[in-house]
Design a binder for this molecule. Sequence first.
Ligand SMILES: *Cc1c(COP(=O)(O)O)cnc(C)c1O
Length: 362
Amino acid sequence: MSLKWKSQLAPLTPYKPGKSVDEVKKELGLYHIVKLASNENPVGSSPKVTEFLSQNGIKANVYPDGYSTALRKIVSKKIGVEPTQLLFGNGSDEIIQMISRALLSKEVNTVMATPTFPQYRHNAIIEGAEVREVPLQNGKHDLTEMLNQIDENTSVVWLCSPNNPSGRYITEQELILFLDRIDPSVLVVIDEAYYEYVTAPDYYDAIDLLKRYKNIFITRTFSKIHGLAAFRIGYGIGCSDIVTKIEAIREPFNTNSFAQAVATVAISDDEFVQRCQQMNEDGKKEYYQFCQTHQLDYFETEGNFILIKTKLDSDDLFDRLLTYGYIVRSGNALGYPGWVRITIGTEEQNKGLMSALEVILK
Ligand SMILES: *Cc1c(COP(=O)(O)O)cnc(C)c1O
């Protein structure tokens, strides 16, 4: 007898993470490995976090504050919203899951770009919703076609900006045109996992737009520029009514005490964030230069990663870079066959990867 699994689970497979450093060390017998596959912060995290972790007095035997009160207060001040407008999650992955659980079902459809961050689709399928995917145009969301796909049964639209894996973003003008044409009964989720890296002057201010459009919900994370991926903490920002509704779905103690504590420290360290952003800008320029010199197609990126096209098969290139000790992400797994996604690392890491790539391309 087999168990009565939800039929939606049939096509799903568990998330396949990028290869781990230890795995590669073992497989190839290499000592020096650089992982540039998961958009983690190559610098680490704020020195203040390290110091804090070595001397904090968090009690392991006490349940965390389920409402993340202290972190809520600091984040709300920092970004200029009411504390009641915030929802904390075990990574922004969990925010995506909570939104899906609250708003998606067999009765509705959901609209998103493709390729984009896979968790929107994954969660929508689990909830049984019809998934409408609109191909990117030159790495950008095709907002006109996304509007065409929205109908009276659409519950959630997902915008990833900057988009993972293409790195391109939606401009303020494009977003406003889009929001003006959407019925307020549709929730527009704007995933801003890479928000702190953006330097484009025509990027929108989603928090400001929230005053005008009550049906938007922003997600952000501590995993990327704040360098806290291991702690699993992210947050959503929306109007209080929406947050209250989703709060009912949240597990009582979804974010742990350590994550809440280090996040309050990390969000206060502007200097660290600026340093990482600057390093990322410098790294971007080096990659642009490299691609131009070697006549490789690439997308200009507003994230901490870059998608590059080569003449080699993506999986082959992945394997060859691995032999030099660099883990990247093959585009085959990301909906971009022929491309690779490389996390922008430190100056030394970037230089090392580019010299390996140069040899491989010859
Ligand atoms: C990394 C990433 C996330 C997930 O972040 P967590 O907070 O670590 O769960 C969400 N969205 C996008 C687009 C990402 O690239």
